[in-house]
Design a protein around this ligand. Structure first.
Ligand code: F6P
Length: 566
């Protein structure tokens, strides 16, 4: 990607470009034909298969011709994708509504990166390395047993209390890399303000060996602070009941100091909660919540998986950052995948995008991507405040294969909606098991390959008849094919590979945001609900005036609640 630096003030309207006109013309005569394209073009697969770090990305089963791809790449050029990326890396305040730089890529720059990145007069590299060093040192103290609880016992469980970006990244990575957890420390994650979450996650824990990490960028989030108070009370009650602490104020403060640490940009609020700021790990307003798993927000990972694994994860992200920075647009994998998503959503009318990991360890990856993609690009105004000129963010969803096959694949194969899907698989499993001499993981991968093949090429009525089917059943058993998929294959789910995967989707998201003219780094759309919840809470708890202020439906629902609450 060329790195001409420019301050991009106003978004370029994609619909006003010559590339858009070209795509419109190509679309008017477009008739997808993966069978025909594959038959006529022996080089298609090789041409459309690209490396990205350790990932092998096969784009050949997408509904594009070379001509369409070339026009899409032109659209990226004409909407300033490269310039905006360069502006982000340089620390320009591309998060316009919050007047902030966007520097999650700085979190994974190598320790010896030169020259240092200086933004707004601040040495970003030095700041990042200082916090990473503090995280690693603390993680080692916990892992090797030097850090002890209030009764002198070592830590067996870390419980991360956070929500959104302060939860989804850590829990997804922990699930994915659990085979690397080698210190006998289990991580758990509490996010929901539904009291069930914390009650169930602490039910079998020993407070003397549990370390809570309160993870909140702002340290104002209702769910997280409520859960943190519940955890603190749970710990105090249990320690007093067992006689481990007396229960006086000094003993309670001491217990918090031994069992609570925090990750936040606001150390004042951490102190106000009662957590010693010596045990707090900072980060910066230029890290968006959903882009923060590389920051101290990953503390639970550094403890449970180890600082080296965490470092390898960051290195994986950096590989993708470098790929995006240095690779021409036509070979730039995240840019191309973003452009394909754009083609499907803006020209072929698709509304959603499935992410289907053929790796059980990635079971939380679709949930993680939902925040990354939809909180970033679910917008209808552009970064200068003007309305968008086209459709924007698609709905991301998914489940690990093969579970999805037995649930919703029917609709993808034979429904009326176009649902592009990304299939993600690894060659070597974490657990290589055999079933009567049969490699079970090979069987699993056969399903990944079968599904992408069936979606692409379908089954014609003639082929169905050739199998002996007749009459109305022929139509029911016919598969139209031409359902687009991207296959992402990697040697194994290592920390580096996981970092590359996450980085890939971060940059896909950014590419789409730029083309739509969207600021992918704010999230004003979550604010109204938060404000209303605070207004409604008193109404549920008996405040007549607050109840009267609600609309008729909300009032009726509150009355139902009051009538049924035991
Ligand atoms: O839901 C909105 C949001 O602000 C997310 O963007 C963020 O990841 C989450 O809440 C948690 O915020 P915090 O880390 O400040 O508690």
């Amino acid at each position: 990607m060329p790195t001409r630096l420019a301050i991009v003030n106003s978004p370029i309207d994609a619909t006003s470009t010559s590339a858009w006109a070209e795509l419109t013309a190509l679309h008017s005569s477009f008739s997808p034909d993966l069978r025909g394209w594959f038959a006529a073009d022996a080089g298609r697969v090789e041409r459309m298969s690209l490396p990205l770090g350790d990932l092998h990305v096969d784009l050949s089963k997408n509904l594009v011709t070379d001509e369409i791809l070339a026009s899409l790449v032109k659209l990226a050029e004409q909407t300033g994708v490269a310039d905006r990326y360069a502006a982000m890396l340089a620390g320009e305040h591309i998060n316009t509504t919050e007047d902030r730089a966007v520097l999650h890529t700085a979190l994974r720059r190598p320790a010896d990166a030169e020259p240092h990145l200086i933004v707004d007069g601040q040495d970003i590299d030095a700041d990042v390395q200082e916090v990473l060093g503090k995280v690693a040192a603390f993680a080692e103290r916990v892992r090797d047993g030097e850090w002890k609880g209030v009764t002198g016992k070592t830590v067996t469980h870390v419980v991360n209390i956070g929500i959104g970006g302060s939860d989804l990244g850590p829990v997804m990575v922990y699930e994915a890399l659990k085979p690397y957890a080698n210190a006998g420390i289990e991580a758990r994650f509490v996010s929901n303000i539904d009291p069930t979450d914390i009650a169930q996650k602490t039910a079998d824990l020993d407070p003397e060996t549990t370390l809570f990490i309160v993870a909140s960028k702002t340290f104002t989030t209702l769910e997280t602070l409520t859960n943190a108070r519940l955890a603190r009370q749970w710990m105090w009650d249990a320690l007093v009941a067992s006689g481990a602490i007396s229960g006086d104020d000094a003993s309670k403060t001491d217990a918090v100091a031994h069992h609570f640490v925090a990750v936040s940009t606001s150390l004042e609020r951490v102190a106000a909660f009662g957590i010693d700021t010596d045990n707090a790990f900072g980060f910066w307003d230029w890290v968006g919540g959903r882009y923060s798993v590389n920051s101290a927000i990953g503390l639970s990972l550094a403890i449970s998986l180890g600082p080296d694994v965490f470092g390898d994860l960051l290195a994986g992200f950096h590989t993708v950052d470098e790929h995006v920075r240095t690779t021409p647009l036509e070979k730039n994998v995240p840019v191309l995948m973003g452009l394909l998503n754009f083609w499907y959503g803006n020209f072929l009318g698709s509304q959603s995008h499935a992410v289907l990991p053929y790796a059980q360890q990635l079971n939380r990856f679709p949930a993680y991507l939902q925040q990354l993609t939809m909180e970033s690009n679910g917008k209808s105004v552009r970064w200068d405040g003007t309305p968008v000129t086209t459709e924007t963010g698609e709905v991301f969803w998914g489940e690990p294969g093969t579970n999805g096959q037995h649930a919703f694949y029917q609709l993808i194969h034979q429904g009326t909606k176009l649902i592009p899907a990304d299939f993600i698989a690894v060659v070597n499993p974490a657990y290589a098991l055999e079933d009567g001499g049969q490699d079970v993981h090979a069987l699993f991968l056969a399903n990944f390959l079968a599904q992408t093949k069936a979606l692409a090429f379908g089954k014609t009525a003639q082929e169905v008849e050739a199998d002996g089917t007749t009459g109305p059943l022929v139509a029911a058993r016919t598969f139209a094919g031409n359902n687009p998929t991207t296959s992402i294959f990697a040697p194994a789910l290592t920390p580096q590979v996981l970092g590359q995967l996450i980085g890939l989707y971060e940059h896909i998201t950014f590419t789409q945001g730029i083309i739509w003219g969207i600021n992918s780094f704010d999230q004003w759309g979550v604010e109204l609900g938060k404000q209303l919840a605070l207004q409604i809470a008193p109404a549920i708890q008996g405040d007549a005036e607050a109840l009267a202020a609600q609309d008729a439906s909300t009032q009726a629902l509150i009355e139902y609640y009051k009538a049924n609450r035991k």
